[in-house]
Design a protein around this ligand. Structure first.
Ligand SMILES: Nc1ncnc2c1ncn2[C@@H]1O[C@H](COP(=O)(O)OP(=O)(O)OP(=O)(O)O)[C@@H](O)[C@H]1O
Length: 249
């Protein structure tokens, strides 16, 4: 099973240091991890650093991967000016780094990604004509179709309606379990993190200020200190932890 460990990771843009000394426990496939933090905390930067798109000190340790390209990434910006259909754009994502010849398995993977995300009816539409939420789901399909062992998603629910937010997070959790895939998703909705993620990493000003099981990490104290809200966490009638935000402080 794949594992990911971050050790003393740093990252900078030019001379400006953004991340420093990020060290995590080992995350294993089969889990879904939320990456939390206020605006500008460094979440997208951390994804770029894990992907090797940014330089910096420390080590990104991936062990137990069975494929040559174990990591797929869904960026925060999902706009596209390409003149492609949804099907073509997902197939193109599938073929990145593979042989130029499309195999039957590649077509099956495209169908599977579109079905998993419930967007098969969009197959023939031009991606330039889609709504923001539809484009976001296509972007998720472009990442999933690569059959990653580690899937990094930068705010995957930001453009989705409530039904699709819950559906996508449920699907990601199911796929993480079924495929022993490690999913790391940055989320601004801490209620969603509590409900859907096994573990949480919290960034503030480029530093990791908390990391562990989501229920242990997300406390009223953390919400006040890092997110500057007065909030309570109480079990709902089903016994699940529920976030109740009182006010911004
Ligand atoms: N290309 C860049 N060049 C210089 N500075 C950058 C660049 N991209 C981001 N930054 C800076 O790095 C810091 C972290 O930004 P980042 O996008 O990683 O934050 P984030 O936690 O993902 O924020 P948000 O929740 O608002 O998306 C910010 O101060 C931002 O201004």
């Amino acid at each position: 099973m794949v594992t990911l460990t971050l050790e003393h990771l740093s990252a900078h843009y030019g001379r400006r240091q953004i991340l420093s000394e990020i060290t995590t426990p080992t995350f294993a496939g089969g889990q879904i991890v939320s990456l939390l933090g206020p605006n500008a905390a460094g979440k997208s930067t951390l994804f770029r650093r894990i992907l090797g798109l940014l330089k910096g000190g420390g080590e990104v340790r991936i062990e137990g991967a069975t494929s040559e390209r174990p990591v797929a990434y869904m960026p925060q910006e999902t706009g596209s000016s390409a003149v492609l259909t949804v099907y073509e754009s997902v197939l193109l994502a599938r073929m990145q780094g593979r042989s130029l010849k499309v195999q039957p398995e590649d077509l099956r993977e495209v169908d599977r990604a579109l079905e998993d995300l419930g967007i098969e009816t969009l197959s023939k539409r031009d991606i330039g004509d889609l709504s923001g939420g539809q484009r976001q789901l296509v972007s998720a399909a472009q990442a999933l179709v690569q059959a990653p062992e580690i899937l990094l998603l930068d705010e995957p629910t930001s453009a989705l309606d409530l039904h699709r937010q819950i559906s996508l997070l449920s699907i990601l959790r199911r796929l993480a379990r079924e495929r022993e895939m490690l999913v790391i998703a940055s989320l601004h909705d801490i209620g969603h993190a509590l409900r859907f993620t096994d573990q949480a990493m919290v960034l503030e000003n480029g530093q990791l200020v908390a990391c562990g099981t989501t229920e242990q990490v997300v406390t009223p104290e953390l919400l006040r200190q890092v997110f500057q809200v007065d909030a309570r966490i109480e079990p709902c009638s089903m016994g699940r932890p529920q976030l109740i935000v009182e006010a911004a402080v």
